[in-house]
Design a protein around this ligand. Structure first.
Ligand code: FAD
Length: 297
């Protein structure tokens, strides 16, 4: 089955985009900000909060980085009144061209977040950018409290980063990590990464920080929830986060019913194709789920 799934995903990459769209649609809100706003409204109605991201990374020119910055500035106004904030990638704002360019763009966006009393999260990309991203995060934190970052449990350095960054202002999304990293700096064993994630969540919550627990690994969510209950961690110290469209059975509804905050990461934009193919590669079973829905219709 795995081989058939992989072949089907490979075939999808060769098809025209309009044919792939039905398979992409569970994962992305659409191409425009209007579609993202519609999706967030529907999530809010069902009790979820959201974080919205303009798809794309690694812009090639300064001009492009300014265009993306301006799109994010507008987006803060578009999500006024909704229970949603923004997540963004440093290389989408020019980090690969010049870290100072990315920093200036991020600070501009942060000022807008402050003006709108909203929050901004800086996503974490691959390891060449880890130090520069942490550095920019610290600079942002000196300007405005409502800013967060991301750490990846597969990186061997993460436990130390958590310890270095711990403070009442530390707002950290913890995730397993999505990029290919060398064994020198990253764990490759799935069981080890799962354990490390659990240990990182405990470290953040045993310290002073806020944890955004970003995983679809249901046994891991169960283990974390048990620990949170045992240790009487207040509900305002953490939230659960998932990528929009990843099937989670009834687990998210259960979390909501228990009063936990659950945030959906809602991506949108022109770059929907590459993003969706990456998601399908991670979980080819989604194709069967989409096909099933198409036939039911
Ligand atoms: C809200 C959010 C924000 C993230 N931000 C970052 C970031 O800034 N930097 C970074 O490096 N990584 C980020 N990630 C990705 C993360 O690092 C993992 O690569 C991804 O979540 C898969 O790990 P998992 O914990 O869900 O567990 P896994 O063990 O990989 O997956 C558990 C189950 O969920 C399914 N699943 C997991 N992910 C997907 C998917 N994308 N599509 C379809 N099915 C899936 C799997 O097939 C499996 O059944 C983010 C993830 C989330 C949820």
């Amino acid at each position: 089955m795995n081989l058939i799934n992989s072949i089907l995903v490979k075939l999808l990459t060769l098809l025209p985009k309009w044919m792939v769209k039905p398979f992409a649609s569970p994962y992305v809100a659409g191409v425009t900000a209007d579609k993202a706003v519609e999706t967030i409204k529907s999530l809010n109605k069902r009790g979820y909060v959201a974080t919205v991201d303009i798809l794309g990374e690694h812009v090639a020119t300064e001009k492009e980085s300014y265009e993306i910055r301006d799109e994010y500035l507008n987006l803060y106004d578009r999500i006024k009144g909704l229970d949603a904030n923004i997540s963004l990638k440093p290389t989408h704002l020019g980090m690969e061209i010049d870290p100072v360019l990315a920093e200036n763009n991020l600070v501009n966006i942060l000022e807008k977040a402050k003006e709108n009393n909203n929050f901004m999260r800086i996503d974490m990309e691959n390891s060449p950018y880890t130090d520069a991203t942490i550095d920019i995060y610290k600079k942002c934190l000196n300007k405005y409290d409502k800013v967060g970052m991301v750490l990846q449990s597969y990186l061997k350095r993460t436990a130390q980063d958590i310890s270095n960054l711990d403070s009442e202002k530390f707002n950290c999304r913890i995730c397993k990590g999505i990029y290919r990293e060398s064994e020198e700096i990253a764990y490759h064993n799935k069981v080890k990464i799962h354990e490390q994630f659990f240990s990182d969540v405990k470290a953040i919550l045993s310290g002073k920080g806020y944890a955004a627990i970003a995983t679809h690994d249901i046994p891991l969510i169960n283990k974390i929830e048990e620990w949170i209950i045992e240790n009487k961690i207040p509900f305002d110290r953490f939230e659960f986060q998932v990528l929009y469209g990843v099937p989670m059975g009834n687990r998210l509804v259960e979390l909501l019913e228990k009063g936990y905050k659950v945030r959906n990461y809602v991506p949108f934009g022109e770059a929907w194709f590459d993003y969706s193919i990456r998601r399908l590669k991670e979980n080819p079973n989604i194709m069967w789920y989409v096909l099933g829905n198409m036939f039911k219709k």
